[in-house]
Design a protein around this ligand. Sequence first.
Ligand code: NAD
Length: 251
Amino acid sequence: AGRIAGKVALVTGAASGLGDAIVRRFHEEGATVVLTDIDEANGTALANELGARTDFLQLDVTSEENWIAVFAAIASRHGRLDVLVNCAGITTYGSVEEVTLDAFRHEMDVDLVGPFLGCKHVVPLMRKTGGSVINISSMASIRAEHYLVAYNAAKAGVTHMTKSVALHYARAGYGMRCNSVHPGVIHTPILDKVLAQAEDPDALYAEWLALHPIGRIGKPEEVAALCLYLASDESAFATGAEFVLDGGSSL
Ligand code: NAD
């Protein structure tokens, strides 16, 4: 414990799945964690369960006003922000013929515009102290996943935006880093939502298993452990990189 003691971290999508696991691990390792989500009930419940060194702030990642308000609250309460994890995300299931324009735009808004707004408005805070931005992308940005046209496109956008942010702020000399994380299939509630929309859930689950040469899908704690490394100063030389954690599925 204590690998990120004294750091202040903001996690989006903190109320569920990977965000929940990242919050727990960061808290265990000594950070002050600002949990954010559109889901106020589950976000507040997790903050209350963990107690000291946590806050919950409601944040819809598609709203620029929300982002500005959250960073203003962090500046006044903590005076600094060392880590931003853009984890909130949705999954729109369907081929290019099936996905409606509204659904495609919504996927872009949450999964790509959300991290864009986070990266954009975190700069004034990280300019002072340096910091680590961790964008949760997916193996879907490395190799297109079947029936996920909107998700594949949004995650590929996040991956390349990450490199653009990393390059600019490495050159600017602020000590602000930005990396992407590419999980394979991880057992979280998002998975159950995708299965619920599938024509043949059993066949889809079997397809996912077959994608992972290591013979199983991943655990949220395994993604949290990688994020801990990226949040800590041990990763100080890493920026603009794609951190793949996928049981070999992109091989
Ligand atoms: P999840 O559905 O369990 O959690 C997502 C969270 O995001 C929820 O708490 C939800 O309320 C929140 N959210 C949704 N829209 C939001 C918005 N507009 N503003 C703020 N919060 C919002 O999903 P998860 O599996 O934990 O996924 C987290 C991230 O990891 C996503 O970006 C996802 O694409 C990515 N990912 C997941 C997997 C996987 O297999 N689970 C694999 C690769 C990447």
